[in-house]
Design a protein around this ligand. Structure first.
Ligand code: GLN
Length: 446
């Protein structure tokens, strides 16, 4: 803990943490030490982790990096925090992220952008940008983030870490600040597949507070973890490889990985995924609709920020929300409200739901024939902080490879490509629902 606290001190300028729980972490380290001596320590004893600032931890602030929650203290802990603590994990702090997890660069945070440790002029990715940097810069052992459309996988790619999003319905969302509930999923950012397996094992499973969870048995992921020795069938998307705008270095790495996997005896084949152009619009229509509904609770009355200029009920709502939310969050609330409005519901929301079903069915069809789908995690490596995007759609398109798994609820992992020159980036593997064990095992071959 002392070592990590020293690293946090050295790297304050990276802005990865919204708050560090130094005294508490040190005290827990002493307790853990005693438990280790007594032989009563849990499976995570000694593991120092950071949590994204949209995960509730009783008695600690939880802001989702928004001004509207700047003064909010959690009155209960999320199920995952309880499970991590029960196994003696040490939570060292809460990490910066895009406001309400909306973004892919960590630039929409009320607390400012996070810097990528590999190149401080560049973004760490997002929305779990602070989480990725907390691991990348050695400020903790592992990070817990959330992934709605790539928020664990894409920052892991930008920072050269492993980013893992399990199947939708595998990990409880109780106590996670909601963005788009039918997509939100807890995930991990780690240095090793072993850590990802262990953290999944601890966090997965049913919870009386989250009715969307699967009752499927939880394998002992960490003890069952072993390098895959039998050949696997891997599909890659023709449209992804041929996509204009795919960074040449990433394309080369993808082609090299395909060749390496073939040379190792796996069957690797191109498949057509004709819906690739539709995944981003479908994802954004549905997540904005869900976000507009989820964020209605920030009304200046129940909790969070209330405008000092408010004089009556309407001005409390209007001013608190106008002053409390940032630009990107407001854009999404307004678009989401429009999408759900009586006159446009069928044209946008219903249409996108139909599209989601087609995308899921096509993805299932591919995964009925193949064990995994291989894609880049993102079209490019980390870009410069402040790159002006006049059109937000350009930023949204950066999610093109991650949202397929989110729309179809599949588990997916971003694995760093070993490149000694240049910026870090990752490749993504997607597996069948609840096939995390196979996915993690195969990831060990990378
Ligand atoms: N970039 C995507 C978005 O802004 C993904 C965010 C996420 O996974 N939380 O919605």
């Amino acid at each position: 803990v002392k070592n990590y606290l020293a690293q946090i001190e050295i790297n304050t300028h990276l802005n990865a943490f919204n708050e560090v729980f130094a005294d508490e972490a040190l005290a827990r380290a002493v307790e853990t030490d005693a438990k280790l001596k007594a032989g009563t320590a849990g499976k995570l004893a000694g593991m120092v982790i950071s949590i994204k600032d949209n995960i509730l931890y009783k008695g600690h602030k939880a802001t989702a990096s928004s001004k509207i929650l700047d003064n909010y203290t959690a009155i209960y802990s999320s199920t995952i925090v309880e499970r991590l603590l029960a196994e003696d994990a040490i939570i060292i702090g809460r990490c910066n992220c895009d406001e309400f997890a909306m973004g892919a660069s960590n630039e929409s945070s009320y607390y400012g952008v996070v810097k990528n440790h590999a190149d401080e002029s560049r973004v760490p990715g997002g929305s779990s940008g602070g989480s990725a940097v907390s691991v990348q810069a050695g400020m903790c052992h592992a990070a817990i983030g959330t992934d709605t459309g790539g928020s664990v996988r894409q920052p892991a790619s930008f920072c050269g870490m492993i980013g893992f999003k399990p199947t939708y319905g595998r990990i409880s969302r109780h106590g996670i600040i909601a963005y788009a509930s039918s997509f939100d999923q807890v995930g991990s950012i780690t240095h090793s597949v072993e850590d990802a397996a262990l953290l999944l094992e601890i966090m997965a499973g049913t919870d009386a507070y989250d009715s969307t969870l699967s009752k499927q048995a939880i394998p002992a992921y960490s003890t069952e973890l072993k390098t895959t020795t039998s050949p696997k069938k891997v599909a890659y998307l023709r449209e992804a490889v041929e996509r204009p705008g795919l960074d040449p270095q990433i394309k080369d790495a993808l082609l090299k990985t395909i060749a390496d996997l073939k040379a190792a005896g796996n069957i690797v084949e191109p498949v057509s995924f004709e819906y690739l152009d539709y995944v981003v619009p479908t994802y954004y229509i549905l997540t904005m609709a869900e976000a507009s509904s989820n964020l209605a609770r920030y009304d200046g009355v129940h909790y969070g920020y209330r405008s000092p200029k408010a004089v009556d009920m309407m001005s409390t709502y209007k001013l608190s929300r106008s002053e409390g939310f940032g630009v990107e969050v407001k854009r999404r609330i307004m678009l989401g409200t429009f999408i759900l409005s009586a006159g446009y519901y069928d044209a946008y929301y219903t249409k996108a739901q139909k599209m989601r079903r087609l995308i899921r069915e096509k993805t299932e069809e591919i995964l009925n024939k193949y064990d995994f789908i291989l894609t880049p995690t993102a079209p490019e490596p980390a870009f410069k902080i402040g790159r002006e995007e006049k059109d937000p759609v350009v930023s949204y398109l950066a999610d093109i490879f991650t949202v397929q798994a989110s729309l179809s609820g599949m588990p997916a992992i971003s694995l760093p490509v070993k490149n000694t020159t240049g910026l870090p980036f990752g490749l993504q593997l997607v597996a069948k629902r609840f096939d995390e064990q196979e996915l993690l095992n195969f990831s060990k071959n990378f």
